[in-house]
Design a protein around this ligand. Sequence first.
Ligand SMILES: C[C@H](O)CC(=O)C(=O)O
Ligand SMILES: [Mn+2]
Length: 340
Amino acid sequence: MNLTNKAVTLHDMSLRDGMHAKQHQITLQQMIDIATGLDDAGMPMIEVTHGDGLGGASLNYGFAAHSDEDYLKAVIPKLRQAKVSALLLPGIGTVDHLRMAKDLGVSCIRVATHCTEADVSEQHIGLSAKLGLDTVGFLMMAHMISAEQLLEQAKLMESYGANCIYCTDSAGFMLPDEVTAKIGLLRQHLSDKTEIGFHGHHNLAMGVANSLAAIEAGASRIDGSVAGLGAGAGNTPLEVLVAVLDRMGAKHNIDLYKIMDVAEDLVVPMMDQPIRVDRDSLTLGYAGVYSSFLLFAKRAEARHGVSARDILVELGKRGTVGGQEDMIEDLALDMARQEL
Ligand SMILES: C[C@H](O)CC(=O)C(=O)O
Ligand SMILES: [Mn+2]
């Protein structure tokens, strides 16, 4: 694989996907310290919101330590060069959230839908583009459909005004060949002006390999998290990816030692549990389950004595997708009754 001189924009997820791993309890000071550390290391883009995006704080997804507004107000004025993005899932986040984010200095809105539901993103993508924001369409759980179906959904988002489309491996299920096929087809058929992105989860330890496959196939934006802080076994660990990209001669503008230090000195010490491939997070990748379900399944295990692994396997069989968090408790209760 030759990535010499390939330009890649890395996008940090620690302060948004990492919110899942922290049950949305990152403090304002932790956000500021990590964001400014990343800014100083040269990270061009940093995402900041509740784990489920703008407006995610709720009974279904979990309440956050602070509002999205407070996190954005705390972080954005402290940054020297990094741009801040906000995730928005239509139906959870509203156009009012979007306008609020723009007013606070967010420059990129990433509108996320399940991979078959791009049609619900028209209003939010349209408004974001109209407001002149960097507008991304983010297709989640992309392993559940074929490359051709993903392309159809991507074209919808592109037609609504997105200037970048993401193939999102929410379950950390994909292997590099699948990433190559999906990103390759998007690159071939979307407009040359539309950027392609890849968002990985490390449940099968494929985060770095899949990101390299994505870049080779034409992706120019790659998501990851410092020390992998993210849902499941975490996102593609950015400091590792940076080291690999350095060795391959790709261009990313990030200082390796500085990002290593952010990982080691700031992010690892604040983890509530080690972010690693263990039997439960591995099951997410193996069974193709939404990574944010991990802690819900672990909590249900503690409450009802049913193994989180069994719950996750069953969620995979049922084809559950993001937004169905409330089903996890119901399922665990049913499974506990059957075991009596
Ligand atoms: C709302 C999700 O956490 C978005 C995401 O990061 C993914 O699908 O992966
Ligand atoms: Mn994710």
